[in-house]
Write a protein that binds this ligand. Structure first.
Ligand SMILES: [Ca+2]
Ligand SMILES: [Ca+2]
Ligand SMILES: [Ca+2]
Ligand SMILES: [Ca+2]
Length: 371
């Protein structure tokens, strides 16, 4: 790449500055010629013969001291070099000139060559603040904003213009990304009991040719909301108990589950109906129904207990489930026959037919029969 010669006025002229375009090289192939600086010295022979040099020294460029031709040295010219001193040296070559006279005379000022580094698409978009993890409660309406990813590309213009897309969603895609802002929204109502965690592959690409891209994973954790009821299975229990069952005997262990997690699924049990005489209790935490005292079939032959499980969700948002326990009290021979009176008198006509009732004792009639 040749550029027109540059004039350096020797001895009595202010410095000139010059501009030069150079393609960013990463890495640089060895030394294409860029520029030739030239100065004019009106003296004759040695006194008018010039020696060029770069001052201060610049590792990126070299100069033929006799011809004034500037070359790159092969040290990589990275437009995106973050070191401020190097970034400046890459863009600014200061050339001074002396003659070969005795003593040599130096130009009173230098010439500065400003190098405009043309961008190459040598940087991938880089996601910031990885790993991406976000938590959102289940049940939010579709379209809720979930997260915003950001990727930065240090290149210029199209080479640094980043767009976003999503590649895959595991276990499924319930989200959409805004290609220019990186904002991710839900496109479905999330249900923690169905999918508790998503892994979304997010891709950032620049608009260079060819394009460069990078990928990262956004983990979306769906937080529990108390949206599930305690559920008894079965919901109806049938139990038969002998009436002489000891107190504190187990009647039935209730089976109840809540598909939420944590406090939203922590259950407490209560008897809310059918226990007017207080014969039964239920374990507050374990859901085991027990007798409090023994039973008496002759007083109450059956019970229908209503049991309720309540979860420990936020106050005002607790949820309940209900079960019924039918208890049949079985007879035990615990009553001796008894007479209602210790003696009975009856007057019987002599012509009474056999098997006529003559008196009632307890529930059994005494029947008359001739022998
Ligand atoms: Ca670049
Ligand atoms: Ca780029
Ligand atoms: Ca619940
Ligand atoms: Ca839930």
């Amino acid at each position: 790449m040749w550029s027109p010669p540059v004039s350096l006025y020797y001895g009595h002229s202010p410095a000139e500055s010059h501009r030069l375009q150079a393609e960013e090289l990463s890495p640089a192939p060895r030394s294409p010629l860029y520029l030739q600086v030239a100065a004019f010295d009106p003296d004759l022979a040695e006194n008018g013969s010039l020696v060029y040099s770069i001052r201060p020294p610049n590792k990126f460029y070299s100069l033929n001291s006799t011809t004034g031709k500037i070359r790159t040295t092969g040290v990589v010219l990275d437009r995106e070099n973050p070191n401020p001193q190097e970034a400046e040296l890459m863009r600014k070559i200061v050339v001074s000139v002396t003659d070969r006279g005795r003593p040599p005379l130096r130009a009173t000022s230098s010439a500065t060559v400003f190098v405009n580094l043309l961008d190459l698409n040598d940087n991938d978009p880089i996601f910031q603040n990885v790993p991406f993890i976000t938590e959102i409660p289940e049940g939010l309406p579709a379209g809720s904003s979930v997260f915003q990813v950001v990727a930065i590309d240090l290149d210029e213009d199209l080479n640094g213009q980043v767009t976003y897309r999503m590649q895959v969603g595991m276990p499924r895609m319930d989200f959409r990304i805004n290609s220019s802002t990186g904002l991710i929204n839900s496109i479905a109502v999330l249900d923690r009991e169905r999918i508790a965690e998503y892994y979304l592959r997010v891709v950032a690409s620049d608009a260079g040719v060819p394009s460069k891209s990078s990928t990262s994973t956004l983990t979306v954790r769906v937080l529990d909301v108390n949206d599930e009821n305690p559920t008894f299975f079965p919901a109806v229990y049938n139990v038969s108990l002998p009436e002489n069952i000891p107190r504190d005997s187990k009647v039935v262990r209730l089976n109840c589950t809540d598909a939420d997690v944590g406090l939203n699924a922590e259950l407490s049990y209560f008897i809310t109906g059918g226990n007017q005489d207080g014969k039964f209790s239920v374990g507050f935490r374990d859901g085991v129904v027990k007798t409090v005292v023994s039973l008496d079939r002759e007083t109450v032959p059956s019970y229908t207990l209503i049991l309720e499980a309540i979860d420990n969700g936020p106050t005002g948002k607790r949820r309940t489930g209900t079960a019924a326990v039918h208890v049949t009290v079985l007879d035990v021979n615990d009553n001796r026959p008894i007479f209602l009176q210790s003696s009975y008198e009856a007057t019987v006509p002599e012509d009474i037919p056999d098997y006529s009732s003559i008196v009632q004792a307890c529930n059994n009639a005494f029947l008359f029969r001739r022998f």
